[in-house]
Design a protein around this ligand. Structure first.
Ligand code: DQA
Length: 171
């Protein structure tokens, strides 16, 4: 490089997003389609992956029907930000809330339906006040909007880049 060539700031590495889906979301496609639509989780994830490729974001997908498995996945801390549809655990889980706070990664809360317009027990929400943003009632589009929101924040330098590997483990 010549002395007169303008210097560019070092390129930031790509944003790593964990897409975390909770109980019963593996049944999307056949599960109460009038509420959740006909798209399967694999189809939704394929749409997210396509958006991620366009946005130059690295996405990892994880779904579990088990609260502890979701919490363990968060504890790996191998991501910079998350998209979380905690499903029914949204309305019940202090432990999942605690895990999201403990790992110190921003997350966007997503729901296919709008829980606030459904049964009263779905108005209890342990995650909404700690989410960086929320997209509810937009079906699969909510996930891609969440990804776009995180990519926007990353580009603006609003999301810290974390070390590549788990920062803490008890192993
Ligand atoms: C959901 C809404 C929750 O109330 C429900 O328990 C789910 C799915 C949604 O995506 O609309 O399992 O998170």
């Amino acid at each position: 490089m010549s002395a007169t060539e303008p210097t560019r700031p070092a390129a930031r590495r790509v944003l790593r997003v964990l897409v975390l889906n909770g109980p019963n979301l593996n049944l999307l496609g056949t599960r109460e389609p009038a509420i959740y639509g006909r798209e399967t989780l694999d189809e939704i994830n394929a749409g997210i992956a396509a958006s991620a490729a366009e946005l130059d974001v690295m996405v990892t997908f994880f779904q579990s029907n088990h609260e502890g498995a979701l919490i363990d996945r968060l504890h790996a801390r191998d991501f910079d930000a998350a998209i979380v549809n905690a499903a029914g655990l949204t309305h019940t889980s202090v432990s999942l809330r605690d895990a999201l706070l403990a790992v110190e990664r921003p997350f966007v809360e997503v729901h296919l339906s709008d829980p606030s317009t459904r049964e009263p027990f779905r108005r209890v929400n342990f995650l909404e006040d700690i989410a960086a943003a929320r997209f509810v009632g937009l079906h699969a589009r909510g996930y891609t909007l969440a990804l776009e929101e995180l990519a926007r924040r990353w580009a603006a330098g609003l999301i810290p880049a974390h070390a590549g590997d788990a920062e803490a483990s008890n192993g």
